[in-house]
Design a protein around this ligand. Structure first.
Ligand code: 4AD
Ligand code: MG
Length: 477
């Protein structure tokens, strides 16, 4: 007999027939009621064991975490909270789980404890829900772009270029650490390395993506990116997934329209497909916030917050306007910010971004036209000569979720900028070729996938929305 997923059993259109279910025991009550979960849904199916006719030995082995297979009749449940249950006629223990030792006890565990057990935390309601939501969001990303005719591009993970020019890269090498080959002046001789040059893990697929956009028109990447920035925050990972669309002939306004439409689409798609999981996560968040002082609690419940993003346009504000707002803000005047905003040109910290979104505008914000010298080399210089056509999208509770720009399409201006920043033209000869042969206005952005998952699930630490987080001093599993 083939087993049926718990989700399908609970949604069955009929009752009173024999079924087989396989899954893991969440709880076993009164020597009679198994709450069985197989990961197909947050909901368990109740399996009622005929304890009088089941050997004591078997009953003892029905413990939290054990894998079991049950055969029995699917019947309408008398208990509250579930439509169907299984009247077990045959029970088989597939894999025992020592009740004393299994770390995922049916009680509340701290998120820190669960992180240390990332291989088992996915067996909890919260992490099952988060990971299903993450999967559906990923599908939504592909569906959105594929329906719009974007081409999915797999940009390289190992690369010689520093796309963001920030230098926060993990080196990739096959050279030995002892007896490292050196040049005459004592530097590491990368000519003898695997690729014959210095290479690193990519920080962004953008530069390669741009070359494809300048041929295929509309492309997107969706892949892992790596940053060796030593920021131990609840918003940073050393390995994260980024979605980077790039579109030929789009200017910055088109880019903002695309980003807004895209984000609203994937949230809506996920709200439709993940109702049970999101309802659970909403309850989890409410529960978590009970322990916080009133002022720190969210003003909206999770689903309300998601709907708010769907129903309201993102507020578009120039960097210059934002600086004026911040300079006049109460926390700035009262010196409550860690970094006081004094003048135009200051880089915005997450405390400023969050003030703008959460306190001032109270909705998602797109900041644009940043000072050139706080942004990457490839951004289109404005006529004023001091700002670039950059945009960051800021979300409540998250801060920056998207970074993007219209690209500098003018060869001469780009080369001059690279020279000024000391970026090697020879290294990026292929990138400059896009400006040499058929250059055109084009734009794109990068969305940090985990920051999106954070927002949709209402979790507050980025380590809790990726299966196995990579952060400074941590690469377990
Ligand atoms: O703003 P960033 O650095 O932009 C780029 O990499 C551009 N090349 C994107 C483009 O225009 N194609 O990164 C983009 C987004 C950020 O807004 C943030 O959501 C996310 O990537 N991000 C991180 N997420 C998790 N951990 C980190 N360390 C992140 N760094 C950036
Ligand atoms: Mg950024």
């Amino acid at each position: 007999m083939k087993h049926t997923k718990v989700k399908d059993l609970l949604n069955s259109s009929k009752a009173n027939y024999e079924v087989n279910a396989k899954g893991w025991v969440r709880t076993f009550r009164n020597n009679q009621f198994i709450a069985l979960n197989d990961g197909s849904t947050i909901n368990n199916i109740q399996c009622v064991v005929d304890f009088e006719n089941t050997p004591e030995e078997t009953l003892k082995r029905i413990t939290t975490g054990a894998a079991v297979s049950v055969i029995g009749e699917l019947v309408e449940s008398k208990g509250a909270g579930q439509k169907y249950e299984i009247q077990v006629s045959k029970l088989e223990i597939l894999g025992d789980s020592d009740a004393e030792k299994f770390p995922m006890q049916p009680k509340k565990h701290s998120l820190e404890f669960l992180r240390e057990n990332a291989h088992l935390r996915v067996r909890t309601n919260a992490f099952g829900a988060i990971m299903r939501v993450r999967s559906v969001l990923a599908h939504a990303v592909h569906t959105y772009f594929q329906e719009k005719g974007f081409v999915y591009v797999n940009t390289p993970i190992i690369t010689g270029s520093d796309a963001e020019g920030a230098g926060e890269m993990f080196k990739v090498t096959a050279l030995p650490f002892d007896n490292t080959p050196r040049t005459e002046d004592g530097k590491v001789n990368y000519k003898e390395d695997f690729f014959g040059k210095e290479t690193n893990l990519t920080v962004s697929g953008q530069l390669e993506g741009e070359t494809f956009a300048m041929a295929l028109g509309q492309i997107y990447t969706f892949g892992p990116t790596f940053r060796a920035e030593n920021s131990n925050t609840s918003r940073h990972l050393a390995e994260f997934w980024m979605i980077e669309p790039e579109v030929a002939f789009n200017d910055l306004n088109d880019n903002m329209d695309l980003a807004e439409d895209f984000i609203q689409y994937v949230i809506k798609y996920t709200m439709e497909k993940c109702q049970d999981d999101l309802k659970f996560l909403e309850g989890r968040l409410l529960e978590e916030e009970k322990s916080k002082p009133q002022a720190e609690r969210s003003e909206m419940a999770l689903l309300e917050k998601l709907n708010f993003v769907l129903e309201n346009n993102f507020k578009r504000v120039s960097y210059t306007e934002a600086i004026d707002i911040l300079r006049d803000s109460t926390p700035n005047k009262k010196k409550k910010f860690n970094y006081i905003i004094n003048e135009w040109g200051a880089d915005l910290q997450s405390e400023h971004e969050r003030y703008l979104v959460e306190k001032h505008f109270k909705c998602p914000v797109i900041l644009f036209d940043y000072p050139a010298n706080i942004k990457a080399f490839y951004m289109r210089l404005n006529e004023d000569g001091k700002t670039v056509r950059a945009m960051d999208i800021l979300f409540p509770g998250i801060g920056e979720i998207v970074g993007g720009s219209q690209r500098e399409e003018r060869y001469d201006v780009l080369v001059e900028k690279m020279k000024a920043l000391g970026i090697d033209e020879e290294e990026l000869w292929w990138y400059l070729d896009t400006r040499r042969f058929g250059s055109a206005v084009h734009s794109g952005f990068g969305l940090g996938f985990e920051r999106l998952v954070l927002f949709v699930t209402g979790m507050s630490n980025i380590r809790d929305v990726i299966p196995f987080p990579r952060t400074p001093q941590n690469a377990e599993f």
